[in-house]
Design a protein around this ligand. Structure first.
Ligand SMILES: NC(=O)c1ccc[n+]([C@@H]2O[C@H](COP(=O)([O-])OP(=O)(O)OC[C@H]3O[C@@H](n4cnc5c(N)ncnc54)[C@H](O)[C@@H]3O)[C@@H](O)[C@H]2O)c1
Length: 378
């Protein structure tokens, strides 16, 4: 029986997934420095043990940890857990500096434990459908993908009622460049399986609406990722502009078809495929026409509770994949190398945006990269 500990209240988004597999695992501990979060978690979810100090939870009998603390805590906590022989499911992003990403890879390789990146947007049902259709060759050669994360988080940079800054003031809106790339990059990267990101270029709009002193983030950043295959991925991140959210816009273009997610007001997920046989008329079709054949079985069989778990059900299915990797020794669905490459898009974009949009080469976040190549080429 795998005993799981969660650190950081948001980690409770995985609880439905773990509790759905009582024959395999139990969430036996929760840790948060905020006693109120602990009280709520224990009352609501019946978690047997709670801790204020992470080391104390690691000293207990847990086998795996879900890390859902602020971004700058992820790598230090993951390394601590891996060094004690625990498996790790980590929230996004993987880390906050390039050095941290190398430390993380080293710790995962040394520990031989499972590290999985909890990039739940890869599990959005429509993204899974598109992945299955890409794998079946319906889009031909895929050469362009796009992801947008538009989510105004200005209200989250200070604690309501206290005016005290939160971590988001520094590690999100206090940063330059595309600070939160993985929700957009991750799903698109999965449509380019076997490919990798070669370089990153970012341009930005400057600050037009932010009124909070000390913020360094631009209102909008546009990042272009050039892939090894020559393919192109465009990412827009905007966490400050006054407008409705759209955190899950994606598109894809291949030689034989294309896909676009909705952008609001009655729009829907839609595709066009050469195979539809409509010649030069080229009319959109609802993506839902293809669910019968391409929606993975586990989504079709999902209960209402599973569908309602966070992020369109994504928070549920990623737990299944984590358990599969830990228990059956499989390669995690999103491993440490993907986690680092997707995270580094943001870290390199900071260099690009402060250097006139210059292209910055992606380091090779893959096994066996020697120290001499663990550099950022300028
Ligand atoms: N995947 C997603 O869809 C998604 C959505 C929201 C947030 N996130 C990620 O989840 C993480 C947490 O975000 P959030 O919005 O929940 O932040 P938050 O600030 O609301 O919550 C962080 C929690 O961690 C606790 N904490 C902080 N330092 C700690 C420590 N040293 N030991 C124990 N507990 C500690 C805090 O008390 C707080 O309860 C971030 O990395 C964020 O990027 C991911």
């Amino acid at each position: 029986m795998l005993k799981v500990g969660i650190v950081g209240g948001r980690g409770l988004s995985t609880i439905a997934g773990f509790q759905n597999r009582p024959e395999l695992c139990e969430v036996s501990a929760i840790c948060d420095i905020d006693g109120g979060v602990l009280d709520d978690a224990v009352k609501k979810h019946g978690i047997p043990r709670s801790y204020r100090i992470f080391d104390d939870m690691l000293d207990s009998d847990i086998d795996a940890v879900v890390i859902a603390t602020p971004m700058h805590c992820h790598v230090p906590m993951a390394i601590q857990a891996l060094e004690r022989g625990l498996h790790v499911l980590s929230e996004v992003t993987a880390g906050v500096t390039i050095d941290e990403l190398w430390w993380l890879i080293e710790a995962v390789e040394k520990s031989k434990k499972t590290y999985m990146f909890a990039e739940n947007y890869c599990y959005i049902p429509q993204n899974a459908v598109i992945k299955a259709m890409v794998n079946d060759g319906l889009f031909g050669k895929v050469y362009f993908g796009e992801g947008e994360y538009i989510h105004n988080v200005l209200s989250l940079v200070s604690r309501s009622g206290f005016g005290m800054p939160t971590w988001r003031k520094y590690w999100q809106l206090g940063k330059r460049g595309c600070f939160y790339p993985t929700h957009s990059v991750g799903p698109v990267a999965q449509w380019f399986e076997g490919d990798s990101i070669k370089s990153v270029m970012t341009c930005s709009s400057g600050q037009n609406v932010a009124e909070i002193e000390g913020l360094r983030q631009d209102d909008t950043t546009l990042t272009m990722c050039r892939l090894e295959s020559g393919g192109l991925v465009k990412i827009r991140v905007d966490c400050m502009s006054p407008r409705p959210h759209n955190m899950s816009y994606y598109s894809l273009q291949g030689t034989k078809g294309c896909y676009e997610a909705p952008r609001g007001l009655g729009d829907e997920h839609k595709i066009w495929l050469e195979a539809s046989g409509d010649g030069d008329n080229r009319k959109w079709a609802p993506l839902s026409d293809y669910y019968d054949k391409y929606l993975p079985e586990r989504y079709k069989n999902a209960t209402e509770k599973q569908k309602q778990s966070g992020h369109w059900g994504g928070d549920f299915f990623l737990v299944d994949d984590f358990l599969d990797a830990v228990i059956n020794g499989k390669k995690p669905a999103i491993d440490v190398y993907d986690a680092c490459e997707w995270t580094a898009v943001g870290l390199l974009s900071e260099l690009s945006v402060t250097n006139g949009g210059r292209a910055i080469d992606m380091p090779r976040f893959r096994p066996g990269t020697p120290l001499s190549e663990q550099i950022i080429k300028l």
